[in-house]
Ligand binder design. Structure first.
Ligand code: ADP
Ligand code: MG
Length: 673
């Protein structure tokens, strides 16, 4: 089986299904194999009394009466199917599936899978999946995969497709035996089969371990290799002029003690005999940009160019304006490079960069296009949105002249974890925020308060402020969590005068940029979105952040969301809506009310949820860790890092048994897409 052949070569996949699968990013057989389930159903049969609302269970039932349809007040068709689970009576309830009742006759034996709740003393299972007893062969899957879906594609169909692929699949091993043995891993092909259709929960765990290991190893290899190949140790670019008084005197504020300390660390790097390779951490709003700006100033004053790479065009524009305002008065020409630029403008800028007229260039990954040549790039700054920008960083470093490196991390990460994740970087922490900032008042409320929350929002809008609303999902979904599209319709109906817009990751970049611009210029008052707005943008008049199904987010992420408001001297609020009764979720949310320090929050997250939380934050990026949120402890991370460094230092990638690994590294990380 050729992993790279199109998904349409699989039995049961015609053009229509291929198009739906493409929406999920599945174009080839390999894409499908690595489209891992987002969850699993335990199909061990239960009674309703053993079910609950938090997690789906499996309930074999007999249909005891004919199904009836009802219309709800809002016009939704509700189908009620009376069932008996062997002990209790109950109802299977379906929304808006008027034809479904034709499937059920009195006496039919059906297995329902779903969440169970009690309504006025009666058990209800809501929108369950179902299958007939007699459809089940003897080898039915006790553990059933649950995939992320798109409209028009069902779990049943996707499972069938996966089964079909796995039937003939024999994935080659990429790790050498010595590593597999030393770390007690299962073979890749076995892991692949079991990650989709686990034979047992134990095998599922082992399969995850195997892929987590692989992802993190590749990432660490990339870091180690980049350091050795492209950065080196010995300083080539000399810094003679390290006077920062001129630039300090033109800043509109004086630096905080934390900023001063980090700048001192940078200067001592630049004076040393070694290249700088530094991670700058700081809480949201701690003022990282100006610190990078001062480093870029020094580079320019010493005859070097600087590049500042950011993940989105909006951020590029914001940073460009900031840097130009600060640097231009000192005779440093700042330019911006964006994806859409064409023709003369682009040619002129490229020429400026090549001849050295440009002192500092700010931009998106347009900076790493192959036709961008620098005169003498000596300072590379990347503002890390996706934590694993290792690929882009590498491309930019390649364009440089023994450049010094600054990486800025968007989310505060506990020191212990940062040391491992960013293995080769020295770490600086800005541990103060500019004075005069107010803390963002944070509340946790139940769904019953929703109306009041949104009325409060209207009050803020009437004051000419703006609001964000964040949902965990984009469209209607099987997880029963609120989604951007539905909420948009509801709020539109309820508050027709408000200017509301939606924003999510499935939109095209240009569209996203336009919407954020409209929000900045107040053409939009309320922005409903997924976590795409998590990082970076500065909208000073936004004073309210509402998070729906807040239990779905990690604390570090909630803190980052909260950081979108309270960016001026206006009083700001963050309202976390959640009905979760789960104790862990409650205590996380309550902690958010008390604590406003990003580092403390991330430390707590590390304690409660393990290091995985810090991998799972970003859903996109060139190198996306899909599984690493299952990593259990720091120790393993550290061991993998040591392994990677050892492989690179002893040049093992050139050995025969390391060839498949070297190839994977090349394909997954080093190759330009
Ligand atoms: P972050 O660390 O989240 O990237 P920014 O660099 O965007 O933060 O800075 C947040 C805001 O704080 C900006 O508007 C910036 O101009 C302002 N700022 C930065 N440093 C100071 C300071 N020392 N005093 C007052 N305001 C500052
Ligand atoms: Mg920033």
């Amino acid at each position: 089986m050729d992993f790279l052949s199109g998904i349409n070569t699989i039995k049961g996949v015609g053009p229509a299904r291929a198009a739906l699968l493409a929406k999920l990013g599945i174009r080839t057989i390999e894409d499908a194999l690595f489209f891992f389930p987002r969850d699993y159903l335990d199909m061990t049969p239960l009674n309703f009394s053993q079910g609950n609302e938090e997690r789906a269970g499996t309930f074999p039932c007999i249909i005891v009466d004919s199904a009836v349809d009802k219309k709800s007040k809002s016009g939704i068709c509700i189908t009620i199917v009376p069932v008996f689970d062997g002990k209790n009576r109950g109802h299977a309830i379906f929304f808006n599936q008027p034809y479904i009742k034709t499937n059920f006759r009195r006496g039919d034996r059906i297995i329902f899978t779903g969440r169970v709740r009690k309504n006025y003393g009666e058990y209800e299972i809501i929108n369950p999946e179902w299958q007939r007893f007699d459809e089940l062969s003897n080898e039915f899957d006790r553990i059933c995969p649950v995939y992320s879906l798109t409209k028009g594609l069902s779990q049943k169909v996707l499972r069938q497709i996966m089964k079909e692929i796995l039937k003939n699949c024999n994935a080659p091993e990429i790790l050498p035996d010595e590593i597999i043995e030393k770390f007690n891993l299962i073979p890749r092909n076995v892991a692949l089969k079991n990650i989709h259709f686990p034979k047992s929960f134990d095998m599922l765990e082992k399969s995850r371990e195997r892929f987590v290991f692989e992802e993190i190893l590749l990432f660490q290899l990339a870091m180690a290799q980049t350091r050795r190949e492209l950065i080196g140790d010995e300083r080539i670019n000399r810094y003679v002029d390290i006077d920062i008084k001129p630039i300090l005197s033109t800043l509109p504020f004086s630096l905080t003690p934390g900023q001063k300390k980090v700048i001192d660390e940078i200067i001592s790097d630049l004076k040393s005999g070694q290249n700088m390779n530094r991670l700058i951490q700081g809480d949201v709003g701690s003022g990282k940009t100006v610190v990078a700006c001062i480093a870029l100033y020094l580079a320019a004053k010493n005859g070097l160019q600087g590049a500042f790479m950011v993940p989105t065009e909006i951020l590029a524009e914001q940073h460009f304006m900031t840097l130009e305002r600060i640097l231009a008065p000192h005779g440093i020409k700042v330019d911006i490079l964006k994806g859409k630029m064409t023709g003369n403008i682009r040619t002129t800028i490229l020429n400026n960069i090549k001849t050295g007229r440009t002192g500092v260039v700010v931009g998106t990954h347009a900076i790493i296009e192959s036709d961008v040549d620098f005169f003498k790039l000596g300072m590379v700054v990347t503002d890390e949105q996706h934590r694993f920008g290792v690929k882009q960083r590498r491309e930019l470093i390649k364009k440089g002249h023994h450049p010094d490196i600054i990486v800025m991390s968007a989310t505060p990460i506990p020191r212990t974890l940062a040391l491992v994740l960013y293995s080769d970087l020295d770490i600086s922490i800005i541990d103060t925020v500019p004075s005069g900032r107010q803390k963002v008042d944070t509340y946790v409320v139940g769904n019953d308060m929703r109306k009041r929350v949104y009325d409060f929002m209207v009050g803020e809008i009437e004051k000419n402020h703006q609001a964000y609303v964040v949902c965990p999902a984009v469209e209607e979904n099987e997880m029963n969590v609120s989604n951007v599209e539905d909420l948009y319709m509801r709020l539109k109906k309820e508050y027709p005068d408000l200017k509301i817009q939606v924003l999510h990751g499935k939109m095209k970049n240009e569209e996203k940029d336009r919407i954020i611009k409209d929000f900045l210029s107040k053409k939009i008052q309320v922005l409903i979105s997924t976590t795409v707005i998590e990082v970076g943008v500065d909208v000073p008049d936004a004073t309210l952040m509402i998070v729906e199904n807040a239990e779905r987010f990690g604390m570090a992420q909630l803190h980052q969301l909260r950081g979108r408001v309270g960016r001026s001297n206006l009083k700001s609020y963050c309202i976390l809506i959640s009905d979760s009764k789960e104790e862990a979720a409650r205590s996380r949310l309550n902690y958010m009310m008390k604590c406003h320090d990003g580092f403390e929050i991330s430390l707590k997250d590390l304690e409660l949820r393990g290091p995985g939380e810090f991998f799972g934050l970003r859903q996109h990026g060139f190198f996306e860790l899909k599984l690493a949120n299952h990593i259990k402890d720091l120790k393993l991370l550290e061991n993998i890092k040591m392994l990677a460094v050892d492989i690179i230092e002893r040049d093992k990638l050139s050995l025969k048994e390391y060839k498949p690994l070297a190839q994977s590294l090349n394909e997954k990380i080093f190759k330009r897409i």
